[in-house]
Ligand binder design. Structure first.
Ligand SMILES: [Zn+2]
Length: 140
C-alpha cells in the first residue's frame, strides 16, 4: 500500500474533529458483509468546518476526484530526511480549496469538511502517501 507511515498520528486537525475510522482493515461502510482496507484516518466534523494543512508544501491536486475521494486537496511536502511525501484531504464541500501549484504552510486552511465522493457523512479523510503513491484508491 502507498503509505509512508500508516501509524502517523501527528496531525491535529482541531477540536471539532473526532477520530473515527483509522488505517487498516474495516467493515465496508457501504456493504457490511465486506471487509476493505482503509488507507487513511477519518475525522468526523460538522460540514463546513475548516481543514488545516498537516504539513507545509505545494498543492499538487485541488479538485473533484471521481474515484471516491470527492473534492480533494493533495499537498506535496519534504520530510526531515529529505524524502517527498504527500498529505491528502478528501470528501470536502468544495469551498476554500487552494489553487493548484500554490504554496501552503502547516496549519493554513486548505478546505472545508463535506460529504462528497464515497462518504456516508460529513467527515475529513486524511491520508499520508509516499513519493511512489498513485492517488486512485477509492475511500470512505
Ligand atoms: Zn476515510
Amino acid at each position: 500500500m502507498p503509505l509512508s507511515n500508516p501509524t502517523d498520528t501527528s496531525y491535529g486537525p482541531g477540536g471539532q474533529f473526532r477520530p473515527t475510522s483509522g488505517y487498516g482493515t474495516r467493515t465496508d461502510p457501504f456493504q457490511s458483509s465486506r471487509v476493505e482496507y482503509h488507507p487513511g484516518q477519518d475525522y468526523a466534523a460538522p460540514a463546513g468546518t475548516l481543514i488545516s494543512a498537516a504539513a507545509t508544501g505545494t498543492v499538487v491536486y485541488s479538485g473533484y476526484n471521481a474515484g471516491g475521494y470527492g473534492n480533494t486537496v493533495v499537498i506535496k511536502s519534504t520530510g526531515g530526511d529529505g524524502s517527498t511525501f504527500y498529505t491528502l484531504y478528501a470528501h470536502q464541500n468544495g469551498n476554500s480549496m487552494p489553487a493548484l501549484d500554490s504554496w501552503v504552510g502547516r496549519g493554513e486552511v486548505i478546505g472545508e469538511v463535506g460529504n462528497t465522493g464515497r462518504s456516508t457523512g460529513a467527515h475529513l479523510h486524511f491520508e499520508v502517501l509516499n513519493a511512489n503513491a498513485t492517488i486512485s484508491h477509492a475511500s470512505g
